[in-house]
Design a protein around this ligand. Structure first.
Ligand code: DQA
Length: 139
């Protein structure tokens, strides 16, 4: 069975409450249950942190063991050379995910330090972006 992990960055613990017009009204925990039941032929672990170094520690920890990482580094996407380097340093492929279409938003969200080292990028489909990322590891 394939082992995947979703790693979410800062403020994504507030999904459901945070800017619902952008990120929707569902909590990630609710969504994760639905996702897991949809893809019962894969293991989907989950980790969230608001702290850059903790995200890097987790990427290093799973990055030689898991079959895939689905990473929404949130605001760190646009600022973190360290997370970009961590993705480059590991063996496990990383799919970068965003809930919103970052290209339709402020200019500072148009640049990602992660994309050059990611296997692919999925953005703008709401929480469904994570479904698509899981699917990308299946075929
Ligand atoms: C986000 C987009 C980022 O620009 C933002 O800082 C987030 C969430 C998204 O999933 O749409 O926190 O990664």
């Amino acid at each position: 069975m394939k082992q995947l992990i979703i790693i979410n960055g800062p403020n994504l613990n507030l999904l459901g409450k945070r800017e619902p017009e952008v990120y929707g009204t569902q909590t990630f925990e609710e969504y994760l249950e639905v996702l897991k039941s949809k893809f019962h032929n894969v293991t989907i672990d989950y980790y969230q942190s608001n702290i850059e170094g903790e995200l890097i520690d987790k990427i290093q920890e799973v990055g030689f063991i898991y079959d895939g990482i689905i990473l929404n580094a949130a605001a760190y996407t646009h600022t973190s050379v360290g997370i970009g380097d961590a993705i480059k340093a590991i063996d496990t492929p990383v799919v970068e995910v965003h809930i919103s279409n970052t290209y339709a938003r402020e200019e500072f969200r148009h640049h990602s330090y992660l994309s050059p080292n990611a296997k692919g990028v999925i953005l703008g489909f709401g929480l469904k972006s994570y479904d698509l990322a899981v699917e990308s590891f299946l075929y």
